[in-house]
Design a protein around this ligand. Structure first.
Ligand code: PIT
Length: 310
């Protein structure tokens, strides 16, 4: 439960440099760490020190596109926290802006969630969500909204631990009390009701995203949006049969249609699901039980398998 390692450099205020990046850093174009809305992230090395970093190359030709990236830099300049990826340098040229950031090697949480070889337990989820809440609590204290929280934007520090860092501040901004938000409806399942309705966004808008493990999926995007707006969900899916009541209560207190009644990041951290150590102990016992029984062939997984002869 200790926080993830800090970036291997002190927090710095970055201004985009007009120099060529190539003389100071070596970008490994073959090694793609991830792709986002605006371009690819590559592994890269600072030539003078050998320090490993990550370089996000963002295509930005127009003034408007460049302003969006400058906003991302401004936001990252204000954020110094172990659960938020740190910015090291930035370079601006005619066609793109490159952000040089802290390097972590564990890949996206998204990939861990969908990896069938990795058995994600409820206790793992507690550890992930708790760190996301720590990062969010800090951001919100700094008056900054993330507005694009999803498993693709959470990085694992390594494959072996459950430590994470939040990335992608491309939509992040300083909270302005009267600001409404226009977003692209790329992934409707993640949108909070106030975003769909084009109403004011605020700190609780980020909190909605944390309750997202619930399926709002309709047969099409329209139905999905309607399910969100109607706050139509339940715990009847098979995935929830073994989930603790505390987890269900936690989700219930985030997926609240009215912004002002959702738990804040600080309240979430105090919720029993994230804070009750005896619950965590029980969840851990459950994990061990399961592994133990599986060793003995008592538990099988997958409908395609036949029951072992006991
Ligand atoms: C890493 C390792 C990795 C991906 C990234 C960094 C990506 C970071 C990132 C940060 C942003 C953003 C998009 C991606 O908008 O696998 O060290 O601010």
């Amino acid at each position: 439960s200790s926080p993830p390692p800090l970036a291997p450099f002190d927090h710095r205020i970055v201004t985009p440099k007009p120099h060529q990046i190539a003389t100071i850093y070596t970008i490994n174009r073959d090694e793609v760490l991830g792709g986002g809305r605006f371009g690819q992230v590559h592994k890269c090395t600072e030539n003078s020190t050998g320090m490993m970093l990550a370089a996000k190359i963002i295509k930005a030709r127009s003034q408007k596109e460049k302003d969006v990236v400058r906003n991302e830099i401004q936001v990252m300049n204000q954020l110094n926290h172990a659960n938020l990826i740190q910015l090291y340098a930035a370079f601006e040229s005619r066609h793109d802006i490159i952000l040089v950031m802290e390097y972590v090697e564990g890949g996206e949480l998204f990939d861990r969630i969908i990896d069938e070889n990795y058995n994600l337990t409820e206790l793992d989820t507690v550890l992930f969500i708790r760190q996301i809440c720590e990062g969010l609590q800090y951001m919100h204290k700094m008056y900054i909204l993330h507005l694009d929280l999803k498993p693709e934007n959470i990085l694992c520090v390594s494959r072996a631990t459950n430590k994470i860092k939040i990335i992608d501040f491309g939509l992040a901004r300083r909270y302005k009390p009267r600001e409404k938000l226009r977003v692209n409806f790329g992934t409707p399942e993640f949108l909070a009701p106030e975003v769909i309705n084009y109403e004011f966004v605020s700190f609780p808008t980020d909190m909605w995203s944390l309750g997202r493990p619930l399926p709002f999926l309709g047969d099409d995007d329209n139905e999905t949006l309607n399910n969100i707006l109607a706050c139509q969900w339940n715990f009847e899916e098979e995935e929830f049969t073994d989930i603790s009541d505390e987890a269900k209560d936690f989700i219930t207190r985030l997926l609240v249609k009215s912004k002002s009644w959702r738990m804040s990041a600080a309240e979430s951290l105090r919720h029993p699901w994230l804070s009750d150590r005896s619950l965590h102990y029980r969840l851990n016992q459950k994990v061990n039980d399961t592994l133990h029984k599986r060793d003995k062939g008592v538990i099988w997984s997958g409908d395609h398998l036949t029951k072992p002869q006991l």
